[in-house]
Design a protein around this ligand. Structure first.
Ligand SMILES: Cc1cc2nc3c(=O)[nH]c(=O)nc-3n(C[C@H](O)[C@H](O)[C@H](O)COP(=O)(O)O)c2cc1C
Length: 236
């Protein structure tokens, strides 16, 4: 009579033990294979990601110190005639733009690089005949995707963060332009509907600034700033 408790091995034949061992080692080897496959896949994904990131242009600055760039940048409204701005430089500016801080990392900014002379003229007209917009070899229109902004943060996303994100990107572009020997000017005075028509923008893409870009024709005067004491309050 078999014992009520204890190992059943007494009833197991040697061939079934062999089968069990084989089965266990098979299971072990498949899980090992799975483990290594997932690791290899993860490594492949990391390598691909790094390659993609490396392919994307990253802003590499010029020779100036940051504070020098901040201090010396000025709005440029006259550009050297016939001196084109290469695509590589424009891409550097855009790469600097997208390094700006952005609410929730939503990156609602959108950039429209306008090279077409007729479109630039139309933009200048939409900007109440600020002709230097048409004179610049390149005009970048910075816009915000309001749908994406409000999906992320509702009214505040649409009315505040979208404007702040794009403003931060614009400032990066202006500083990078100066650093690279280019000139630009933040143009905010324009009729939004006309600019949207010129670029064929859908209603949820709001144009917020036009940045004419070119090589400066001479140095303009930097308008003086108020004293810090006029604009700063220290709360102690
Ligand atoms: C929101 C905003 C809108 C602006 N719009 C215009 C504009 O439509 N036309 C223009 O010539 N300059 C425009 N400017 C540039 C300012 O006139 C300029 O920054 C200011 O006079 C200080 O000069 P600076 O940029 O050389 O330091 C704008 C600047 C900002 C920040």
């Amino acid at each position: 009579m078999p014992a009520p408790f204890g190992p059943k091995s007494a009833t197991v034949s040697p061939s079934s033990i062999k089968k069990e061992r084989f089965f266990k080692s098979f299971l072990l080897s498949t899980s090992t294979v799975k483990f290594f496959t997932s690791k290899i896949l993860a490594i492949i994904i990391i390598i691909i990601e790094r390659k993609v990131i490396r392919k994307q242009k990253v802003y590499q600055g010029g020779k100036m110190e940051l504070f020098e760039v901040i201090k010396k940048r000025r709005s440029v409204r006259r550009f050297e005639k016939g001196k084109e701005v290469g695509r590589d430089l424009v891409e550097k500016l855009l790469a600097a733009g997208v390094e700006a801080p952005t609410a929730g990392n939503l990156q609602v900014w959108r950039f429209f690089v306008v090279l077409n002379p007729e479109l630039k003229k139309a933009l200048a007209r939409a900007a109440y005949y600020q002709e230097f917009v048409a004179d610049a070899p390149v005009a970048i229109v910075v816009a915000a995707d309001l749908n994406q902004a409000s999906k992320g943060y509702g009214e505040r996303g649409k009315n505040v963060y979208a404007l702040q994100d794009t403003a931060a990107a614009i400032e990066n572009i202006l500083l990078a332009a100066y650093d690279l020997g280019l000139g630009s000017c933040w143009v905010g005075a324009f009729d939004e509907i006309s600019v949207s028509e010129v670029l064929g923008l859908p209603s949820h893409i709001r144009p917020l600034a036009i940045l004419p870009i070119g090589f400066p024709a001479g140095e303009g005067r930097k308008p003086p700033r108020k004293l810090l004491s006029e604009v700063v309050s220290w709360l102690t």
